[in-house]
Every structure is written in C-alpha cells, then in structure tokens.
Design a binder for this molecule. Structure first.
Ligand code: C5P
Length: 205
C-alpha cells in the first residue's frame, strides 16, 4: 500500500506521515529533504539555485548531507523551493522516490507532488493543509526552538512566498489530486489530525 501525503509548507504533513508510519509500520520518506539537500549542496558548491544547469549539478549530493540538521532551517526551505522549480532537478530525484514507493511492504511519502506525479496510483492520498496563520505560528515556534531568530512576520512572509512559488510553477505544482482527501487541520491538535488521517487510511483498506 502506498500512502501519498501532500500539502503546503508547515501544514503538519510531515508529522502526519511519521505518525502514520508508526501506526501502520510503514517506512516514510520526507521528499522535501531531498530538495533541501539539493539547495544546500548548491550553496556549498557556490552554484546558483536559480540556474537550471547549476541546480541540476547539485542533485549529485552525498547521502551524508541528508543527515545535516541545517536542512530543517527556514533558509534551506527557501533554497529548496528555488531549486525545485527546475525540470532537471525534479527528474533527477524522481527514480529515487519511485523506488522508495515501490517497496514490497508499502510506503508513505510526503511532499508536494506525490499523489499527482510520483505515485498517481497510490491507494491513499491525503492533502494536508492549514491556514497561513496557523502554519506560520507553528513554523515560527519550531524555528525559535532551533535557535533561529525570525519574527512571526518574517516567517509568514517566507511561507506566503513559498506557497506562491510551489503553486504556480510549471513543473509538478502543488495541487490537490482529484482523488485526494482534504485534511484541513487549522483547528485540530496534532493528535486529532493524526487520528483523522488514520481513519482515512483505514477506510481505504
Ligand atoms: O516540505 P518541505 O518544506 O521540506 O519542502 C521544501 C521545498 O521543497 C518546498 O517548498 C517545495 O518547493 C519543494 N518540494 C517539492 N516537491 C516535493 C517536496 C518538496 O517541490 N515533493
């Protein structure tokens, strides 16, 4: 069984994907980390994240990079969003994601285009979202606990920019698959949101 969990930045999709993984005993791939690694690699190599050829070169990052805590920063998220608009970058990361999805026991992937491009035949598709305000508050608290000194306004501005870029790009834009279940968790606790996701998966089984 493949479970696709898509949605905008800081929507809680990562928490839901990990929670589902634990509950159903399935491996989870946070595909955003791959794009973040490309962004970080581009910066380390002095490459231009907005240049398609430069960004494509950065897809050959060492696996060790995926373990760097820096990948989780707001700055790396912004870099990821810039490199992820390029067709070559998306193509270079496609096989890796499809392979993960094809594991015999099933898998959970979270990202932007899992239900639409990576695994259009996924048995369960969730589109996880929350209001811009709710997402900004969560991301702000998270960035603060990591020692990043950003104001709530700065975080909200960054999220709005990323939403806009992710939704309007030509390649695999962020959009709810026709057969995806919408899970708006603006007014839910993380536990309630996870339970709603578990219920949706059980109904599909
Ligand atoms: O989910 P996360 O915030 O880690 O993703 C960082 C950026 O990577 C997103 O803003 C998006 O531009 C890009 N991304 C993508 N496709 C995915 C996952 C992430 O384009 N499947």
């Amino acid at each position: 069984m493949i479970i696709a969990v898509d949605g905008p930045t800081a929507s809680g999709k990562g928490t839901i994907a990990r929670g589902l993984g634990k509950h159903f005993g399935l491996p989870v791939l946070d595909t955003g980390l791959l794009y973040r690694a490309v962004g970080l690699q581009a910066r380390k190599m002095g490459l231009d994240p907005d240049d398609p050829m430069d960004a494509a070169r950065a897809t050959e990052f060492p696996d060790m990079l995926l373990k760097e805590p820096e990948l989780r920063t707001v700055a790396c998220g912004a870099l990821a969003s810039r490199v992820s608009v390029h067709k070559r970058v998306r193509a270079a990361l496609l096989e890796r994601q499809r392979k993960f999805a094809a594991q015999p026991g099933g898998a959970i992937l979270d990202g932007r285009d899992i239900g639409t491009v990576i695994a259009p035949d996924a048995e369960v598709k969730l589109f996880v979202t929350a209001s811009l305000e709710a997402r900004a508050r969560r991301r702000h608290a998270e960035s603060h606990s990591r020692g990043e000194k950003l104001t709530l306004d700065q975080v909200m501005d960054d999220l709005a920019k990323r939403d806009e870029r992710d939704r309007n790009r030509a390649e695999a834009p962020l959009l709810q698959a026709e057969d995806a279940l919408l899970l708006d968790n603006s007014d839910m606790t993380p536990a309630e949101a996870l339970q709603a996701a578990i219920d949706a998966v059980e109904q599909a089984m």
